[in-house]
Design a protein around this ligand. Sequence first.
Ligand code: ATP
Ligand code: MG
Length: 430
Amino acid sequence: MALLTKAPKGTQDFLPPDTFDWQTIEKVLREEAIIHGFGEIRTPVFEHTELFQRSVGETTDVVQKEMYTFTDKGDRSVTLRPEGTAGAARAMLEHALYNEGFPIRLFYFTSCYRYEKPQAGRYREFHQFGVEMFGAQDPIADAQVICLAKSIFDRLGVKNLSLQINSIGCPTCRAKFQDALRTYFASHHSQLCETCLGRLERNPRRILDCKSPVCSEIAKGAPHILDYLCDDCREHFDGLKQYLDAAGVEYTVNPTIVRGLDYYTNTVFEFVSNDLGAQGTVCGGGRYNGLIEELGGKPTPGLGFGLGMERLMLLLKAQNIELPAHPHCELFIASMGPKALMRAFEITRELQKCSVMAECDVCGRSLKAQMKYADKIGAGYTMVLGDDELESGVAVLKNMKTKEQVKIRLDEDISTQFAAITAAAEDLSF
Ligand code: ATP
Ligand code: MG
């Protein structure tokens, strides 16, 4: 039975009023994305497995260990998306969005699925806000994407976030770097974990992203990609730094950032907080100039980031950032008897149509219990309807905070009267 009443390991339910905080944050993210010229894209929760193998990369942890892959009833291998970029890139190609001209700017909210060891800030189902920009090669685009993330954190009032940037170059300069890495790690080969031994031949760069304490200690002494950048990649990285300087965005160059996905080229960046324990990266992204070609499109530059929603919410909590309270019931209409209940139902409906949060009894409670309920939900006003009120056509509206009472005419437009009464009460409170 426990299976029926317990969510699967690594997943969680989000309940009201917490979901109201999510809505508040999502609104800010959506607004900032739109201000920066991005349009929303929604893609399927599952894709052909090959899409992720190709884009995220065969040698990454995500593809090797973390994907939720299954065969459907039609014998196709499909995978629950572990990240958002591949689906967005696939959709961009499928719908030939490039025909409408560059840049293409897309944003999304997605759930992602990775079979990871659940812990604080790390789940098997998590949510990302992500943006992707296609068709822009210049570092000005990298700077704009980073500035968007920065604007979001600033607007939410998040403090003490460090922006760390690096360049991992292009395939040309990376070849020399891979050789140097291979030589370096080969000299430590007896200490490397089993996964990294496999990476040594195929993709030694992945060892830099290994989470095992021994491997990450060895990785600290590894050669830095920045020492191997070709002229074009160096120029691109210098350009990015100049734009960030011009925007007044502070950053640290961290030559150890490689990111966990294979499609990145040139710029990689992370926004990291010390307030989140081990899972300190709230937002990670970069440039992926090889991805579109890898998926069968014409060579097209691309870049973007993924921002972990759960980690962002944890961060807001850790920093005691106050969010607006969940709106609560403005008027509870209590009633006595079936006739009054019908009238209460009608008035509730009328008010709701005018966007007033009104409620009436739906549980067949006594008047006393209804009033108790109104108190519990923090109703701003209450009104009681009984035979007397129906007969006289007049009811009393009670302000639950000030206890002030005002008469309301039941045969006249109630939403107009209610609006006037609440406006007057607000005036008085100043
Ligand atoms: P990490 O190094 O923490 O595993 P990552 O490099 O795998 O992160 P990305 O693939 O770049 O992360 O995803 C972007 C963002 O999504 C991360 O910065 C993080 O905020 C969030 N994220 C990634 N994996 C998880 C997870 N399992 N649970 C919750 N959030 C996650
Ligand atoms: Mg990861």
